[in-house]
Ligand binder design. Structure first.
Ligand SMILES: Nc1nc2c(ncn2[C@@H]2O[C@H](COP(=O)(O)OP(=O)(O)OP(=O)(O)O)[C@@H](O)[C@H]2O)c(=O)[nH]1
Ligand SMILES: [Mg+2]
Length: 228
């Protein structure tokens, strides 16, 4: 997090992490399509031909609440195993992490491996996963042979991370995941840095100001349709 008292600006870094092809880039694309024009910056993606992120994606968002400007930088990591050095680099200075898991049963091992890899890469950056705001999204709920709602609800009760279900390619659950992560991250930053006193800002007011800039209906939506 970076704080600039002169411009009353706060910069928060959030990272979308997870195994290859779980839908991290798709989450950012859907967010970009849903967020109001005055809040969204340019979505930068760098992909290979087959949908795979080579380096990272970046979506800058800016929200105003009272006289505070909150700038959020959303990053994705490349999920393919070979890109570990890049994942570690992207995690540097992260304030919060959304772990995008693939709901398909066949991907269970890949999810677990990516979560272990997240812990290790955080540790290598001097960050402790126990202190890091983390939310988990189970994406691709539209597919068959996925882990059941019951299974996911049970997992959710066992862990401390908030869990969201999503169909990112239809924009379902994308805003909830983002807001869930932002709120968790904000509350931690607020505790650690006394943001309430420094900026005289109420969290609930900030959250509702942000929510008001999400889920904007626009014609010619760029969210891709359901799979053919
Ligand atoms: N059926 C279905 N497919 C999805 C969903 N979300 C993403 N996909 C598809 O899954 C593929 C991979 O999505 P990406 O967003 O590129 O995955 P990624 O996590 O960024 O992958 P890497 O960059 O390689 O780590 C694409 O073909 C998406 O269209 C979903 O909710 N349902
Ligand atoms: Mg990607």
């Amino acid at each position: 997090m970076q704080l600039d008292f002169q411009t009353r600006e706060l910069l928060v870094k959030l990272v979308y992490y997870g195994p290859a092809l779980s839908g991290k880039t798709t989450n950012l694309q859907a967010l970009h399509a849903l967020v109001a024009d005055d809040a969204r910056g340019r979505l930068m993606t760098l992909e290979t031909r087959d949908d795979r992120t080579l380096f990272f994606d970046l979506l800058p968002l800016t929200f105003r609440s009272g006289n505070l400007q909150v700038r959020i930088k959303l990053f994705t990591v490349p999920g393919q195993v070979i890109h570990n050095a890049t994942r570690r680099l992207v995690l540097q200075g992260a304030d919060g992490v959304a772990f995008i898991a693939d709901s398909q049963r066949s991907e269970t091992k890949a999810n677990t491996a990516a979560f272990v890899d997240l812990k290790q890469n955080l540790a290598d950056n001097g960050l402790d996963i126990k202190k890091m705001p983390v939310v988990i999204q189970f994406n691709k709920r539209d597919l068959i042979d996925i882990r059941s709602d019951r299974e996911i609800d049970q997992l959710s009760q066992q862990g401390r991370e908030p869990v969201f279900k999503a169909i990112a390619m239809q924009g379902v659950g994308v805003l909830e995941t983002f807001m869930g992560l932002f709120e968790l991250t904000w509350r931690k930053l607020e505790r650690e840095h006394g943001l309430h006193d420094k900026f005289d800002i109420e969290s609930e007011k900030l959250f509702s100001d942000i929510r008001a800039r999400l889920s904007v209906v626009r014609s010619g939506s760029t969210i891709p349709g359901p799979p053919r």
